[in-house]
Write a protein that binds this ligand. Structure first.
Ligand SMILES: [Mg+2]
Length: 340
């Protein structure tokens, strides 16, 4: 297994790669199993094509497979074809084993989706080398997938706080808005702004300011439900998209966030920093949905009212008149909540 330090691992000490050996001939199967085990693979065996397919379609399927061509149930190429139909599954590198050696057979095997082909009787060292080729391709693919996921994460998340970034949270509002128009239900939006944040930066420095933003984002995310989206709108301003929630639910969440932010000072290298936040809440009711711009505008107006009323509070936007046109926003008539 792994050495004391992760980076000392070599090919021989890596966690065993799982490989499927599907072969109906019991003697060949046991021989292959013995050699592959000796070479460090974790071997799973199948004696027919149907079992092979079942194993390759399972949740923790091996990513390497040695398939005999001639097997009862499904033949090797048929198993290949079925496995290749699952485009959404992790890739399985498939090596076909067969006594057939005609060029037509080879082509048929590769056309069925096999990656490589070995003719029986085969040389064991050649099999070993070809399995290593397969493993190398799987490793490359794993690296590419990890890089893609990393890029996808960076494109949708705020680099400092790790929560959704501006474009992702605006997309979330759009998605929930479309869902509401399609399926009905309510949609809540909370706009959160840290109070006098400039003073934090001016008094404690920008590093302390960054630490505050990170911690506030963490506290906000810990208050939200898994299906809400918490994102950084810009600077010290955040948005929470509250899916399927009535006014009471959205207000309760905003109040929880406000309390959580103000509850204990944030620990920074410059010492503890106390912060408070003002929240503007808007709820788009079922049957009279607000437009996308209207939602943002109403949340912004409610936030402004919260600031005007003394900060560290939650204000709910007055029920807006739903309009079809985005050009006539809701009247800013927020009401003070029972915060503080
Ligand atoms: Mg056979």
């Amino acid at each position: 297994m792994a050495g004391k330090y992760g980076f000392t691992m070599t090919n021989d000490t890596k966690p065993a790669n799982k490989v499927l050996v599907a072969e109906d001939d019991a003697v060949s199967r046991r021989m292959l199993e013995a050699f592959l085990t000796k070479w460090g693979y974790q071997v799973v065996t199948a004696a027919n094509g149907s079992d092979a397919l079942r194993i390759l379609e399972a949740e923790d399927a091996p990513s390497l497979a040695l398939l005999d061509w001639m097997m009862p149930g499904l033949e090797g190429p048929q198993v290949c074809q079925r496995v290749r139909q699952h485009l959404d599954r992790p890739y399985v590198y498939i090596l076909l084993l067969t006594a057939r050696s005609q060029k037509d057979d080879l082509l048929r095997g590769l056309e069925s989706g096999a990656d490589d082909y070995l003719t029986k009787p085969f040389d064991l060292q050649e099999l070993r080398a070809r399995l290593q080729v397969g493993q190398r391709i799987l490793d490359l693919q794993k690296g590419l997938i990890a890089a893609r996921d990393e890029l996808r994460f960076r494109a949708t998340h705020d680099a400092l706080t790790g929560i959704a970034n501006r474009s992702f949270v605006l997309d979330a509002i759009n998605r929930e808005h479309s869902r509401q128009l399609r399926e009905g239900g309510t949609l809540g939006l909370i706009m959160v702004d840290l109070d006098h944040f400039k003073r934090v930066n001016d008094t404690h420095g920008h590093l302390a300011g960054d630490a505050v933003l990170k911690e506030v984002a963490r506290r906000m995310a810990s208050c939200a439900r898994p299906y809400d989206t918490v994102g950084r709108y810009g600077g010290e301003e955040f948005l929470v998209v509250v899916a399927s929630s009535d006014g009471v639910g959205a207000m309760a969440l905003a109040e929880r966030i406000r309390r959580e932010i103000a509850f204990v000072p944030v620990t920074t290298d410059a010492g503890p920093v106390s912060v408070t936040a003002s929240c503007g809440v808007v709820v788009s009711e079922a049957g009279k949905p607000l437009g996308f711009q209207q939602l943002l505008h109403a949340a912004d107006e409610a936030l402004y009212a919260a600031k005007q009323q003394g900060r560290d509070r939650v204000v709910l936007a007055a029920p807006a008149v739903p309009v079809q046109s985005e050009s006539s926003p809701a009247e800013p008539a927020p009401v003070k909540s029972g915060s503080r």
